[in-house]
Design a protein around this ligand. Structure first.
Ligand SMILES: [Zn+2]
Length: 291
């Protein structure tokens, strides 16, 4: 229990039609909040950090806190490095103790994406039980969401997805299906459910081997989430919502306590807000009680 990679908990999720939240953190308090929420809900958990905070706080600090929290928690927890475009930094985080590494070479041409992704797969598998996530197609920012969603070429091609997975040996796969990073500007973002289902069927028709990731979880309507789980989504990345929650809670608290100089109270307030947001996601993803 406790310290796990992403692959094993995602396979179990995909087989049982629920998904695991990969919650983005930028500091230690948020990490504690995310873990507390998952422990309360008895849910498996993926903690994720982007490259920038990983470098700012330090990968060794994040890993040390992760290990301390995970070893004491009665739930399986993975530490995921999100959207890393730098092969060397992927390796350094794997060395430090991250248990899922996302090499994002999706902006490279197809053959180069394969080459870089395979290099990280080979490395991570050679040093331990670390799973690797690869991406094919473009997960846009919300500014481009509709444009990308309507552009066949920007989305993951199902046949090519199978080839990508086979040639790279990637453990978990993030196909671009029209979801976007940031806050959706429309109530009905354009998401290609059918494409997701087709890729899942081609890859996992005879039992889940390579579970699928949905990027851009923030703001997805709940019925979209359910449908994406139905179509094979086993991990939902939630970043923007937690950043907004942190900033809004901080702003709200400070506005009302202008004369208070007790950082611990501010920390407790923001931690509570994050815990609440994560708890709501766990409810939507159906992972409560699955640890
Ligand atoms: Zn993403």
């Amino acid at each position: 229990m406790s310290i796990v990679n992403a692959k094993e908990i995602m396979i179990e999720a995909a087989e049982n039609k629920y998904a695991i939240g990969a919650f983005n953190v930028t500091n230690i308090i948020q990490m504690e909040a995310v873990v507390e929420a998952a422990v309360e809900k008895k849910s498996p958990l993926i903690i994720q950090t982007s490259v920038k905070p990983s470098k700012f706080i330090g990968r060794h600090v994040f890993v040390a806190v992760y290990r301390t929290l995970a070893e004491a928690a009665p739930i399986p927890i993975c530490l995921h490095l999100d959207h890393c475009t730098d092969i060397e930094y992927c390796k350094q985080c794997a060395d430090a103790g991250y248990t899922n590494i996302m090499i994002d070479a999706s902006k490279q041409v197809y053959e180069e994406n394969i080459r870089q992704t395979k290099a990280i797969v080979d490395y991570c598998h050679s040093i331990g039980d670390i799973s690797v996530e690869g991406e094919l197609g473009t997960v846009s920012g919300v500014e481009d969401q509709i444009k990308v969603a309507e552009d066949e070429a920007a989305l993951a091609n199902p046949t090519q997805s199978v080839e990508f997975v086979e040639r790279t040996g990637v453990d978990v796969f993030a196909p671009a299906i029209g979801t976007a990073h940031g806050v959706y500007k429309t109530k009905n973002p354009k998401v290609d459910f059918e494409r997701m289902g087709q890729i899942h069927k081609l890859l996992n028709g005879n039992g889940v081997k390579v579970p699928l990731v949905v990027h851009g979880g923030t703001g997805l309507p709940e019925d979209y989430i359910q449908k994406l789980i139905e179509m094979g989504g086993a991990k939902f990345n939630v970043s923007t919502e937690l950043k907004h929650t942190l900033i809004d809670a901080t702003w709200g608290y400070l506005s009302e306590h202008r004369d208070e100089y007790d950082p611990g109270k501010l920390d407790a307030f923001t931690k509570d807000a994050i815990r609440h947001a994560v708890g709501h996601w766990i409810d939507m993803l159906g992972s409560e009680g699955k640890a």
